[in-house]
Ligand binder design. Structure first.
Ligand SMILES: *Cc1c(COP(=O)(O)O)cnc(C)c1O
Length: 428
């Protein structure tokens, strides 16, 4: 598979004609469970000695397995685990490394839901999180490290400001401290950026967005890069290098040395916490991934045109889009996102909060809702919605100003997109 190019693998990786019926599209295996051939077979599956067979859809499902193999292939990872949402992907990816008493260092500029998860729910679970206000400041990352730090976390392209992470530099800080870097690659998708190639160790996605692409299915995925050596400091990673009492003392790093991280995430966290994706959701996701590059090329072309047009408009004070030469992240974008920075364009209205509210109310083509990565153009005013639950101080750290508007530019005709923006700005 891997000698084929990206656009071929987005169609084919992980899929094969159904051995029973010959069905060419991946069937929706809408079943909770799978029969065992005999008692011995069942015992092998439960003991993790038979990894080919399926038992129960909370753990694995043949439709979902195609998603997992395809996303792992496109990201260049060794294995992937699909889950029910992007939030579940982030939670499981980090809980697979950090337990009560441990610590995580995260960029502050995050998707609002991720920020809430890390700030509040992680605290409730006993995992402390330090937020790095300026993810470009490597000293701030280093200063946040503690002996009990178990992961660094950031988004490749931060939501909503479009800041582009210096992946290699932050990976170096992580590895210098002996911990993995976990990156949320939702906004660029593996078509535009593959963080594992730049030193990240684990990639998470909200597949709800561009991977799925049509706004029809919530989902998430965790990709294991397979390169982080947990056995170098075994005492630090008891879940991966010590005997697991929940599996007759299995040692994941010994039994599954190539993909211990993904294996434990599936068989401990997905099994016990249960955020399994439905087979129907996986089917919709597969259909989306098959056109990923085509959609992203068009999303990006439309977004570049819209961003340039907005930058010239008198009602707009600043456009946040790393493809523009004026962006502080233009250099990082050229290095990490050479094929384009994607469809998320944010901008500040000179008129502040009231102008932001008038703008979203006046748009017609753009749908006002809390999503990104749909074929349709979308708009949201973060200060009154996605980031409204953050304290004003936290809003500033996340880059959410009162007049900030976030667009997810869709696949419609660019003249219609610009026309709608012009109407909205006139009303703002
Ligand atoms: C939407 C989103 C998430 C959360 O994903 P859900 O599928 O909504 O749970 C996480 N990170 C980013 C960057 C997102 O845009």
């Amino acid at each position: 598979m891997s000698e084929w190019g990206f656009t071929t693998r987005q169609v084919h990786a992980g899929a094969r004609p159904d051995p029973t019926t010959g069905a060419r599209a991946t069937p929706i295996h809408q079943t909770t469970s799978f029969t065992f051939t005999d008692a011995r077979h069942a015992a092998e599956v439960f003991a993790l000695r038979d990894l080919e067979s399926y038992a129960y859809t909370r753990l694995a499902n043949p439709t979902t397995a195609v998603v997992e193999e395809r996303v792992a292939d496109l990201e260049g990872g060794v294995a992937a685990v699909a889950v029910a949402s992007g939030q579940a992907a982030t939670a499981l990816a980090l809980f697979n490394l950090a337990r009560a008493g441990d610590h995580v260092v995260s960029a502050a500029s995050l998707y609002g839901g991720s920020h809430g998860l890390l700030e509040h729910t992680f605290a409730d679970f006993g995992v402390a999180v330090t937020f790095v206000r300026d993810p470009d400041d490597l000293d701030e990352w280093r200063a946040a490290l503690r002996p009990e730090t178990k992961a660094l976390y950031a988004e490749t392209v931060g939501n909503p400001r479009g800041n582009v992470l210096d992946i290699a530099a932050v990976a170096e800080v992580a590895h210098g401290a002996g911990v993995p870097l976990v990156v949320d690659n939702t906004v660029p998708t593996p078509y535009l950026c593959r963080p594992l190639e730049h030193g990240a160790d684990v990639v998470v996605h909200s597949t709800t967005k561009f991977l799925s692409g049509h706004g029809t299915a919530i989902g998430g995925v965790v990709v294991d890069g397979g390169r982080f050596d947990f056995t170098a400091e075994p005492a630090r990673w008891p879940g991966l290098t010590g005997p697991d009492p929940a599996y007759h003392g299995v040692v994941f790093a010994e039994e599954f040395p190539d993909f211990a991280y993904a294996m434990r995430l599936r068989t401990r966290l997905l099994r016990d916490l249960g955020p399994a994706v439905s087979p129907m959701g996986s089917f919709l996701l597969l259909n989306g991934i098959e056109t990923l590059s085509l959609r992203l090329d068009r999303h990006t072309a439309n977004a570049v045109t819209a961003a340039r047009w907005l930058a010239e408009h008198p009602a707009v004070s600043e456009v946040h889009y790393a493809a523009l030469a004026t962006s502080p992240w233009h250099g990082n974008a050229e290095r990490y996102l050479p094929q384009g920075v994607g469809a998320i364009v944010a901008f500040d209205l000179k008129g502040g909060l009231d102008a932001g509210l008038r703008f979203v109310d006046r748009l017609d083509l753009f749908s006002h809702l809390a999503n990104i990565g749909d074929v349709r153009s979308l708009v949201i005013h973060p200060a009154s919605t996605t980031h409204a639950l953050l304290a004003p101080e936290q809003q500033v750290i996340s880059g959410v100003t009162p007049g900030l508007v976030r667009l997810s530019i869709g696949l419609e005709g660019i003249d219609d997109i610009i026309g709608d923006l012009a109407t909205g700005l006139a009303a703002s």
